[in-house]
Design a protein around this ligand. Structure first.
Ligand SMILES: Cc1cc2nc3c(=O)[nH]c(=O)nc-3n(C[C@H](O)[C@H](O)[C@H](O)COP(=O)(O)O)c2cc1C
Length: 168
């Protein structure tokens, strides 16, 4: 797929039909996360693949937004691997970049997704038994959109470029 089509076409999918991505699709998605740029190339991104009923149930206990996805990535950044920079949690920034790579790779390989931001951080760490240094950044639901899904109306709502860009 053309890069511009991937960037424009990816959208938040909030109803999945239950079919699982193939191993090859999943491998391509994870590889895109592995190749993401990271500060000082420390590579603190860590990805937990939730695919068992038990693991998916744990997500359901801490987040309402699985939407029937059969596979979910819990994307984290390990602060033990890379230090904060001037108060900014670099591990979190790096994990976000890796997550974005994986969202785009998912669309490119024909898999739908949605980013579900972690808000119950401590509960999420506890239920998945994450080490203290691990910051859970997001869940990425993966699957195939249900025919009933009408699309995300927010997807076409974007600010004009001038809101984002200041030329100096
Ligand atoms: C940091 C972040 C947190 C988000 N959290 C959620 C969430 O918890 N649940 C959800 O359904 N969508 C969530 N989204 C998806 C956004 O609502 C969605 O990306 C936005 O409306 C733009 O739509 P689009 O992705 O279809 O272009 C999140 C996206 C980001 C980047």
């Amino acid at each position: 797929m053309e890069f511009t089509d991937v960037v424009a076409g990816r959208e938040a999918v909030r109803k999945f039909d239950g079919r699982k991505p193939t191993d090859e699709q999943l491998a391509q998605i994870l590889e895109a996360g592995r190749l993401a740029p990271t500060a000082y190339n420390k590579q603190p991104q860590r990805v937990y693949v939730l695919e068992s009923d038990e693991a998916l149930g744990k997500m359901d206990a801490v987040h309402p937004c699985r939407y029937g996805a059969p596979v979910v990535l819990l994307v984290c950044g390990d602060r033990a691997v890379t230090p904060d920079l001037d108060g900014i949690p670099t591990a979190m920034v790096d994990a976000s970049i890796a997550a974005t790579h994986m969202l785009l790779a998912a669309y490119n390989t024909g898999v739908d997704s949605v980013w579900a931001g972690v808000f119950k951080v401590e509960e999420t760490k506890k239920i998945f038994g994450l080490p203290d240094s691990m910051i859970p950044v997001c869940f990425i639901d993966l699957g195939f959109r249900s025919p009933e899904y009408k699309g995300n109306p927010q997807h076409t709502k974007r600010n004009p470029l001038e809101t984002m860009v200041t030329r100096l």
